[in-house]
Design a protein around this ligand. Sequence first.
Ligand code: TMP
Length: 223
Amino acid sequence: MTPSIISRRIRHPRCKGLLISFEGSEGCGKSTQIGRLAARLRRLGCIVHATREPGGTPVGERIRHLLKFSKTNGKMVAEAELLLFSASRSQLVREKILPALSRGEIVLCDRFVDSTTVYQGMARRLDHAFIARLNRFVIAGREPDLTLVLDLDVRAGLSRARKKTKTADRMEAQRLSFYQAVRRGFSALARKNPRRVKLIDSSRSIHDVAGDIWRHTQRLLTR
Ligand code: TMP
């Protein structure tokens, strides 16, 4: 065997059932980075599913509409919001994520269970212990293998998000202090779970952010 073949084999990541979630406040650049990571993994021969929350299934997409855009959602209370996000996730986990992981495929999820911990728990201040229990039930105990939090100044993120969608949906129309609590919440989560949750400075170029994401992913693939 020639040395080049040996080194290529050693470097080549082993594609296996992995769940990688992307988190962060509004406009932090998740979708761009998910697209790049998916393409890079596919070039290595991995089967990759990119999905999102709320949504990702026909049931979940209906719930997404209700949570974000429906004209009837103005009076939605925080408790109903929590249960709707959880309902969408329950469906996605069982219909898509667990089957894909059991086939040894990679799932990239635009938001997952940490969004509930942070948005409904820390920013809306609903009962933390209840949310932790609900989250475990919803994800059937399947935590992400890696969570990448794209960290960005709240004002910069909101202006990016508004440029993209023009009009703010219900979740984009909260007070500034709400998104500041979200940002602090994700930082706290990363400090509490340093092995799984990585905080990435998203104010840099797309290329630099993608470089960090790739380094964390490679470590996971070769673990
Ligand atoms: P996005 O798809 O544009 O990120 O919008 C989803 C919005 O829903 C975003 O404001 C975050 C919020 N969200 C929660 O509040 N809790 C959750 O559990 C999830 C998944 C999202």
